[in-house]
Design a protein around this ligand. Structure first.
Ligand code: DNO
Length: 346
């Protein structure tokens, strides 16, 4: 297991010199942020991230994300050229030493929450989700709380996209995913890159949009679309774990060898389709982080781990979910879990 930390580039309030001081940290997870989805990432930009990381004693082996443009997911006439660009980005990243690329296939919205600063009893604040609140919002009014949201769509564009996906439906989204994978996976294999799809967060549909990377059955179907080791998963405990029916420990065991990247965090179920983010340790929430780490050790997981979303604590202000303090606590907690399991249980 290699411990990593997400870094949003030079505009990130968290610096590389801070990241390197977190015990057990081996590398950063980052991306080229100034190119629109579908565009080519210059080798210069890629190497610049690598150099900055290396200058700080950190590796740059994981990219999150190379975004998949909506035209690819919709499978329209622009898709073939955009898939070709995607492949070229994969080649360039492989050449620069990147070993794992995280991406997602969520229509229109990336991760979604209804509250960004949910107050907790100990004075921390964290992201929270309540399905009824989300459904009462109108995406066309721009009143959604979307930390990962590309706000550059006009109202008309957004409306067009929502309609296009409603017409497309789930099965055609699966077909378009297959076309994408059949092109990208062989290229990634050639350049030594593991592709790791991120589950839909939260793992259910909304606003009539199809969402397919949501549960064990669908992840199994996904892995069979192109049955190669490098067609794999980012197993995000907080995303999949939002649905209490998802058994994360069973997933880790069932998908042995196909999980390349772990996003590890805890959440607390507060009602049906309702949760809030909490500190990483098992006792803070509803997920068994120990059980998940144990299953990873038992299955000889040798991919990348990163502490996922943290709360805002100690007065920190920053990017929602991505402050320094709580994620650093998460990293050392997780490293301790792994060490304990590796030394005693195995
Ligand atoms: C949120 C992240 C996601 C993730 C993408 C991967 O915190 O986990 O935005 O980076 O979905 O493509």
């Amino acid at each position: 297991m290699k411990m990593t930390f997400r870094w949003y580039g030079e505009s990130d309030p968290v610096t590389l010199s801070q990241i390197r001081q977190i015990p057990t940290m081996t590398g950063i997870v980052s991306a080229v942020y100034d190119v629109k989805p579908g565009g080519l990432w210059s080798e210069e930009s890629i190497n610049n991230i690598k150099k900055q990381a290396n200058d700080n004693g950190l590796e740059f082996e994981v990219v999150e994300s190379v975004p998949v443009p909506e035209d690819i997911k919709l499978g329209n006439e622009k898709a073939p050229q955009l898939i070709e660009n995607y492949c070229e980005n994969v080649r360039r990243l492989g050449k620069a030493g990147v070993k794992c690329i995280c991406y997602n296939f969520m229509p229109v919205f990336d991760w979604l929450r209804s509250e960004l600063e949910h107050q907790q009893a100990d004075g921390a604040n964290a992201l929270a989700y309540d399905h009824n609140t989300v459904l009462a919002m109108d995406p066309l009014k721009g009143d959604l709380a979307l930390p990962g949201w590309d706000a550059s769509y006009t109202k008309e564009e957004l409306k067009g996209l929502l309609l296009a996906y409603q017409e497309l439906g789930e099965e055609k989204l699966w077909n378009n995913m297959q076309t994408f994978l059949e092109a990208v996976i062989p290229v990634a294999k050639e350049v030594g890159v593991n592709m790791a799809i991120h589950p839909d967060d939260p793992p259910w549909g909304m606003f009539g949009l199809p969402r397919i990377i949501t549960n064990k059955k669908n992840l199994t179907r996904f892995l069979k679309l192109v049955d190669e080791t490098n067609n794999g998963l980012t197993l995000c405990t907080g995303s999949l774990g939002a649905n209490p029916d998802n058994d994360l420990i069973d997933m880790v065991r069932s998908f042995e060898g196909r999980i390349h990247f772990m996003h590890m965090r805890n959440i607390k179920h507060t009602g049906p389709l309702q949760f809030e983010e909490v500190g990483h340790p098992t006792e803070c929430g509803s997920l068994d982080l120990y059980g998940i780490a144990k299953a990873l050790v038992d299955t000889n997981f040798d991919g990348y781990v990163r502490p996922d979303h943290g709360r805002m604590i100690w007065g920190e202000k920053g990017r929602y979910g991505y402050g320094l303090f709580d994620r650093a606590l998460g990293a050392t907690y997780l490293a301790g879990l792994f060490e304990g399991i590796e030394k005693t249980v195995k």
